[in-house]
Design a protein around this ligand. Sequence first.
Ligand code: 6R9
Length: 658
Amino acid sequence: MTDENVDLEVRLEEQEAFEPPESFVEQANVSDEGIYEEFEENWPECWERAADMLDWDEEYDNVLVDDDAPFYEWFTGGQLNASENCLDRHVEGGRGDSVAIEWEGELGETRTYTYEELLEEVDEFAATLRGLGVEEDDVVTLYMPMIPELPIAMLACARLGAPHSVVFAGFSADALATRMNSADSEYLVTCDGYYRRGDALDHIEKANEGLEGVDHEVSDVVVVDRLGDELAHSLADNQHDYDELVADHAGESVEPISRDAEDMLFLMYTSGTTGKPKGVKHTTGGYLSYAAWTSHAVLDIEPEDTYWCSADIGWITGHSYIVYGPLALGTTSVMYEGTPDYPEKDRMWELVEKNDVDIFYTAPTAIRAFMKWGTEYPQQHDLSSLRLLGTVGEPINPRAWKWYYKHIGNEECPIVDTWWQTETGGMMITTLPGIGTMKPGSAGPPLPGIDGRIVDVDGNQVESGNAGYLTVNRPWPGMLRTLYQNDDRFIEEYWSEYSDPDSDEWVYFPEDGAKIDDDGYITVLGRVDDVINVSGHRLGTMEIESAIVGVEGVAEAAVVGGDHEVKGEAVYVYAITEDGYDEGDELEERVVEGVLESIGPIAKPEEIIFTPELPKTRSGKIMRRLLEDIASGNELGNTSTLRNPEIVDDIAAQVEND
Ligand code: 6R9
């Protein structure tokens, strides 16, 4: 390194606050600091701004109805269609030739859909689904990887008023069955297979296995042919080839169904504390307006931009910020099928250069991997088209933030570190890129109109500098409305901790720990429930545990998250064998298999530690904190309150040896 470079590194390392560059501020969608006050003074009417980003078939009567809190309703009386807002209005407004989706396949092939072309495809697939009998309010499950037919199917469902439930393609057959059962979903759209690092992966086999576990009749399965002849499969009677079906509806269009603002747009399952995934319900008016508003205000998206969010559409980030938000704004959304290191570790930067990407939104786990690979990969490419960078999914450590800022953004792009959840529908805590000072590691203040607080166990706000629990003390349009067919669990999971129902005070609890500084900047520390965050993906430890105790030979298991350099957290398993079974490679393999089968590769254990006992409190509770510390290699605190303190050293010694 030259002296100059060394100086730069040192300066960067010490710098704790960064201002957005003037060139960015000048063009920012939101650059007036007064916006925070405007929202406060005019709450909840301030949210009309979000609703104004959409075209409504019928104007709404009320911004917010809170008579039956926490079952809040937004924009009641209003009617709209999400696919019309994402497609028709842009075509009608003369932007039919602009690119909506720029798809980059893993093997290098591309597909470009203008708004007009995308509308055509969506129309035809909507007609196809209708032809199969899909009606308004039928839940259609989409079990698909990152191929264009996924957003097409989502928008086709939206057009018909049929809520979609997207199941991440990396999830197992069991996970698919659980979700289809929970949603009583009778329709499935899937594909034959897809590519990963150049290899063709079978997908239909997994889908078929999942279908066997569905406890009601599945009327129809539509199968996209992604692989050509590579994996020829025979289709069952109720299974149809996507292209053949769509060909029968060529040129047809479907009048978008006007949906009530509060009608369900989609369901998205997410992990919780108990073994059963939660079906988060999002609505048409509130969700879509919130996705559009935050895409405009935080991601600074303009119609003429090329914007790339590298998430998978199988997660909420892809729903809100690859499909609904960007398309509602009429921008070009890049969609990448593959992995960041195939064929080479410069793939992302190659795609940024090739597509002249203006805005890039990714996860800290990816940034940590890029860092590990080295600066030579981004340096091979011209990244000067970039204007704004974003991160989401987990806390970002200041070192990774600064690496991203310098080596990807060339110190010219603001970074938005956006905290939000499947349940919140869209971003909640982040700086606004044209306004706020950025502090690496801290997401920033709550967005205008969002009342985010850090409280102690009693719900009192903590002094700045202290850690506590994050709460949201006012509703917002993008919020989940309930857990599908489970209002009780909705209240219990999110509204029971800090609310005071007697005085009709409702406080949303996201189950994250956080701290706040003198400027009101919030640093989110991580989950405080039994959910771990592996590479930005939420996994319930109970779900993994129940998969493991289902393995023959395992008597008891505890799963915790341990620190991991790239993944953020990794899955650590502590297991007790059943009498008569040997711990060893064979059992270990079956444990891994059990996890893969019931959840999928994302939950694959980093390490499996067999132990004769688990550390327990005198009342018999497993001391998870302690197991986490062991997994992370942290100093172990006082263990004297344990019923079996002697076991701790044994376990710790094993982890060190492995
Ligand atoms: C969008 C998404 C939500 C959980 C959330 C929190 C963690 C997300 C974060 C962050 C720190 C950020 N999380 N963004 N933690 N800083 N910028 O990721 O949704 O999959 O539901 O996960 O992710 O713990 O509670 P989801």
